[in-house]
Design a protein around this ligand. Sequence first.
Ligand code: SF4
Ligand code: SF4
Length: 308
Amino acid sequence: MLSARFKPWHVPLFAAKYAYLHLKRFPVLVHFEVTMRCNARCDFCDYWKNGADAARSDAASYADAARYFNPVMITFTGGEPLLRRDLEELVAAVAGAIRVRYLAMITHGGMLGPERARSLWQAGLNQFNISLDYLDTVPRMRAIGIDGIRFNTVIKRSNLDQLLPIVRCAEELGVGVSFSTYTDAKNGNTAHLVSRDEQQHLEEVIAELLEFKRKKRGVIVSSDYYLEQVPRFFCGEMHDSCNSGVRTIHIDPAGRVRRCPDFPSDFHWRDFERYSPIDCNACYYACRGEAQAPLTIARVRDVMATAQ
Ligand code: SF4
Ligand code: SF4
């Protein structure tokens, strides 16, 4: 669900900007990795081992980068973005720099109390993408008027039977669910991959999610296309080229650009050079797969449903 700050009439404005960026071959989604540090200890990601950031851009630099790319959507991510005490300042600077934009933050949520959520909301954040480990935060955020909330849920072997219950829980709480797909690309941990003998089970679960979407749009924000491709990824049948860097880019704390979170940086954003698709299928992150989703009637219905 989109924040009520946005109305259905905003959709054509965003669509026009999206089309313009597409023609210009500029990214529609820019991820600001505001820190490479994290205080969680996920077993499939080594960010928590990182020390202090070697360099950190300030609010004015983020505003300049936002103006330069002028994308449809910007996320503040990491590492754990809430570790930056000046995050409100960064959000406010970016919010004031460009128009027709949607600002989101991706956080594990462990440090997200209602007061911090309120100050970020007032700074201009439109959406909080939070981990499911901190469910109790959501009603408290809703109580202070924050309505742009999504669960970020990674599809992996241990939670296949939890996916539909998560969606129902989100429906009750009045928040959206965005699915992404587990990958061992970050640190080689294969323990959470869905194996070939679990494919049938995975396909049944995906069918249930699609059925839920057919009955009620606006809760599951992942596209039908994205969900349909997930089994292909896990069974190694995905051989598509990846559009990371074309539709989405990541900018690290020093202002350097990389095509995706698992590739090294290439240049400072001031020296930006357009990327081309790459022959890589190491992951099927939502930001990769959704960028490849075709604009179908079902997708338009998804967007309209979330904007109501
Ligand atoms: S997956 Fe996210 S929350 Fe977990 S260690 Fe990596 S950056 Fe931190
Ligand atoms: S598939 Fe794309 S997003 Fe994923 S690791 Fe490869 S280049 Fe990066």
